[in-house]
Design a protein around this ligand. Sequence first.
Ligand SMILES: Cc1ncc(C[n+]2csc(CCOP(=O)(O)OP(=O)(O)O)c2C)c(N)n1
Ligand SMILES: [Mg+2]
Length: 306
Amino acid sequence: MRWNALAMVAKANQAYGELGGHIASYASAADLFETGFNHFFHARSDAHRCDLVFFQPHSAPGVYARAFLEGRLSEEDLKHYRQELTAPAFTQGSGARGLSSYPHPYLMPDFWQFPTGSMGIGPISSIYHARFMRYLTHRNLLDCEGRKVWGVFGDGEMDEPESMSALTLAAREKLDNLVWVVNCNLQRLDGPVRGNGRIIDELEKLFAGAGWNVIKLVWGSDWDGLFARDVSGALARVFANTVDGQMQTFAAKDGRFNRDNFFGQNPELARLAEGMTDEQIDRLKRGGHDLVKIHAAYAAAAAHTG
Ligand SMILES: Cc1ncc(C[n+]2csc(CCOP(=O)(O)OP(=O)(O)O)c2C)c(N)n1
Ligand SMILES: [Mg+2]
């Protein structure tokens, strides 16, 4: 799916260089989306009236790539990414309908539930939808018990005023039917989200302060052993002092660089990494790319009450 998403964007831009299409965003969010699709998001069925899912707009290529594997979109549709034209002259009789840049129920009514393309619209809409579903249930108008509203958003998107402005309403109304997944890849189009700070800590404070239950999924499983052996807290301390700009450098460099410059910061840390090869250090994952940890976080978030 990552490959097809990338190929779709690259081919569209080969044909028309001005189309654009965000290659890195879905690559970063793929594990977050797929864990949701495979284990948590409910489709409409006799047994379930369906969840509502607000997808990060510019990760749409990944959702199209998945729909293609499911047989819901054709190869011709994929070839018309960001070229949603229905006139036969444009599609050369291929039957392709084209795929809109961003989720858009007006352009693709049988595909997308909500428009999210203007960043911040998805976050605030998801809160009001969750609240309205509660309203319907409480007044016996429609039973929305067991249905969730999910939102998968970006860390840069959290800078939009709309993303933040209804947070306290969600807590006040105890909207435990609402789950947000904020992909803190530390990156936005124009650079790091917080070069000299730590976006995960900032967001934790903002959301917890507004009354939300916050789960930070930071480390992949292969860090568990290191944290267990770190009896003095050296690892936790060094991370607390590493800002996002530095984290991006560590992520971009290889195992040798990380042994020297990350674990090399003091003897305690260097000892922790002694039993590991450079390749193992290179492969240490962040939590957002560890399917087991993502599943555990989603399950905990979905089960939270109040
Ligand atoms: C209101 C608004 N402003 C600007 C944009 C253009 N835009 C698209 S993606 C993006 C950056 C998104 O960063 P982030 O939310 O961190 O997502 P990532 O790609 O890192 O997953 C911007 C500024 C937009 N879609 N909507
Ligand atoms: Mg980002």
